[in-house]
Design a protein around this ligand. Structure first.
Ligand SMILES: [Cu+2]
Length: 165
């Protein structure tokens, strides 16, 4: 007889905790938007004092497509990656590393504000002929996305994924 009521009480606590967690997350993102997000879904900013593996990623356009090379990168959980992202194309591009969900939401914001510039630990805007570094620690398991959220670029093929195992 005690078990069901205990169960529902703890279920209720769990629901409340989730509701609070979600509203806190929403608030922090809403607050941070327009500036930088401190809510990183793909892991955490890297520490330059710690070892890292370098991965070069090039961005380009050709034959009506836009792409990253490589478009899929495998890492181990806890691994720190130094992305050297080179724009070898003729248009400005971005490297935006986040969850698929966050990128999808940010893409909608960029449709309203296409001139948005990014200079964050997980996101850089890169002019043609330039390169930037992103040092990132993949502290969470799962699949994450790097994408260019300049209107039209994602649809033209400019996205890739990082699989953390
Ligand atoms: Cu682009």
């Amino acid at each position: 007889m005690r078990l069901p009521s205990k169960f529902s009480a703890s279920a209720l606590v769990l629901v409340c905790a989730l509701a609070i967690a979600f509203s806190a997350t929403d608030n922090s993102r809403a607050f941070a938007h327009g500036g930088d997000d401190d809510d990183y879904a793909a892991g955490e900013p890297g520490n330059s004092m710690k070892p890292s593996r370098t991965v070069e990623v090039t961005m380009s356009e050709a034959n009506g497509t836009m792409s990253y090379e490589p478009a899929e990168i495998d890492v181990k959980k806890g691994e720190q990656i130094k992305f050297i992202v080179k724009n070898v194309g003729t248009l400005k591009h971005e490297f935006f590393l986040d969850s698929f969900d966050h990128n999808a939401r940010h893409k909608i914001e960029m449709q309203k504000n296409p001139e948005m510039e990014h200079d964050d630990p997980n996101a850089q805007s890169i002019e043609p002929g330039q390169q930037k570094e992103i040092l990132w620690k993949f502290s969470k398991l799962g699949s994450f996305e790097f994408a260019c959220l300049i209107p039209g670029h994602y649809e033209a093929g400019m996205h890739g994924k990082v699989v953390v195992k």
